[in-house]
Design a protein around this ligand. Structure first.
Ligand code: ADP
Ligand code: MG
Ligand code: ZN
Length: 462
């Protein structure tokens, strides 16, 4: 619960430029609150930093206080778990009392999920009393302090935003969220530079090459890497860190990481790159579901190996049959690219296939878009035993079979369409995939320019 202003600045954090830009404004609020309050604007109270472990959330929170030159108070949610009832809430009260005395300042709550877990997820017997009281106290404090005109901004960090109690995310609480993601290649280079500046480097060290060899590393992993290399050099009695030390340190850090997350080998990276570009190329011909804004092959934990981000250009509530069909083709674009280029299929497309199948099922059973089955709704809510309220159908076996056949036909048609588009644009597919392998992410106008070259294949008779 220290109080002094940290010496850490934004310059000590790298590879998270978006997050820094958003937090820049918080620094301004702390430095010159009058500028905003004079106009009647309310200063935000809570900002949630969301991202995987070791990406620099704590570091960024300190840097906000450091840049603004204000005191920094912090607690961690996990400290409260073992406490007796009542202790957690009184700690929260004390913390905010101190903070208000020293306003403007930052209160940082690490591991917010440990106190802020959704109350409904507490289990049959109502969950943990202590946690609930602590959470309520926190909500009370946050609701209270605007009234007394003190600028206390609460920053909190979590890597599990989906588990948080919705009460925490309401307006006036943690209503701003800032994504702190794993760095891409140029981000890793910048982070390596920061940490390498603290050790003595030999003349052969090439940080650009090191950045290229560390996809998936977080900022903390990179800091650890530099430190391991320095230890190796010191153990060997050398006076500077060499490229070989860094290379060996990578092995060590990777060995530690392999248990936690996946580090892709070169073959896998190629497959993921072609897969994502496959989605992007097919998606580029489908303006109905938005522009492709970003492709990334920076690994993110277990879930997705890469991703393609398609943002809607306008709010859409109605979608035509053709749009849904192209959406299915886009979902199959990843797997189709793998088939086309590598002649084999990996498990990476499982989620895509599930989503494509779900969409096709909705078209047939919910939207009446199938010629064969006609405009009937075959979906009806069924109460499952545990009250899940899942959708299921109770139809005759013959109809069920017809539905399955229709779903299969729709998905297959999407698959063919995707293959056709990719065959027709094979050269572009390779060019963009190679570019992506080089840079790991592609976005904005550079990406739009590439994708504007995608050509619609000439229609062939079915
Ligand atoms: P988090 O809170 O997201 O788990 P931390 O801020 O605690 O991560 O990071 C731990 C350490 O790793 C930092 O003190 C710093 O040395 C290093 N680090 C992490 N992210 C970055 C980054 N983006 N830039 C520079 N160093 C970083
Ligand atoms: Mg942290
Ligand atoms: Zn995919």
């Amino acid at each position: 619960m220290e109080g002094a202003a940290p010496k850490i600045l934004f310059a000590d954090v790298a590879g998270v430029d978006e997050a820094k830009t958003e937090l820049e404004e918080i620094v301004q609020f702390l430095k010159t609150p009058e500028r905003y309050t004079k106009l009647g604007a309310k200063i935000p109270k809570g900002v949630l930093l969301v991202g995987p472990p070791g990406t620099g959330k704590t570091l960024l929170a300190k840097a906000v206080a450091g840049e603004a030159g204000v005191p920094f108070f912090s607690i961690s949610g996990s400290e409260f778990i073992e406490l007796f009832v009542g202790v957690g809430s009184s700690r929260v009260r004390d913390l905010f009392d101190q903070a208000k005395k020293q306003a403007p300042c930052i209160v940082f709550i690490d591991e917010l999920d440990a106190i802020g877990k959704s109350r409904s997820s507490g289990g049959f017997y109502g969950g943990n009393d202590e946690r609930e009281q602590t959470l309520n106290q926190l909500l009370t404090e946050m609701d209270g302090f605007s009234a007394d005109g003190k600028t206390v901004i609460v920053l909190a960090a979590t890597n599990r935003p989906e588990t948080l109690d919705p009460a925490l995310l309401r307006p006036g609480r943690f209503d701003r969220q800032v994504l702190v993601d794993r760095p891409d290649k140029s981000g890793r280079e910048a982070i390596l530079k920061i940490h390498a500046a603290k050790v003595t480097l030999g003349p052969d060290v090439d940080l650009v090459a090191m950045a290229a060899r560390t996809p998936g590393f977080s900022g903390a992993d990179l800091a650890n890497l530099v430190n391991e290399a320095a230890l190796l050099a010191a153990r060997a009695g050398r006076t500077a860190v060499s490229q070989a030390d860094l290379a060996e340190a990578i092995e060590r850090v990777v060995a530690g990481l392999e248990k936690k997350s996946r580090v892709l080998n070169e073959k896998e990276r190629r497959i993921v790159a072609y897969h994502e570009v496959g989605h992007a190329l097919v998606g580029a011909l489908n303006p109905g579901s938005g522009k492709v804004e970003k492709i990334s092959i920076v690994p993110r934990g277990m879930a997705a190996l890469g991703y393609t981000l398609q943002l809607p250009t306008e709010d859409r509530f109605l979608q035509s049959k053709e749009e849904l069909e192209t959406q299915i083709a886009t979902l199959l674009g990843g797997r189709s690219a793998e088939e086309l280029v590598f002649g084999s299929i990996t498990t990476g497309a499982a989620n895509d296939l599930q989503r494509a199948t779900d969409l096709a099922e909705k078209m047939v059973t919910g939207y009446g878009m199938s010629q064969v089955l006609g405009p009937l709704a075959y979906q009806q809510p069924q109460n499952s035993f545990l009250g899940g309220g899942t959708m299921g159908r109770s139809v005759s076996p013959a109809t069920a079979e017809a539905i399955d056949n229709e779903i299969k036909a729709i998905v297959e048609a999407g698959h063919h369409k995707a293959l056709e588009i990719l065959r027709h644009n094979r050269g572009l597919l390779e060019e963009i995939a190679e570019k992506l392998l080089e840079n790991e992410t592609m976005e904005g106008s550079q990406l739009h320019e590439w994708l504007s070259q995608v050509q619609t294949p000439a229609p062939v008779a079915a």
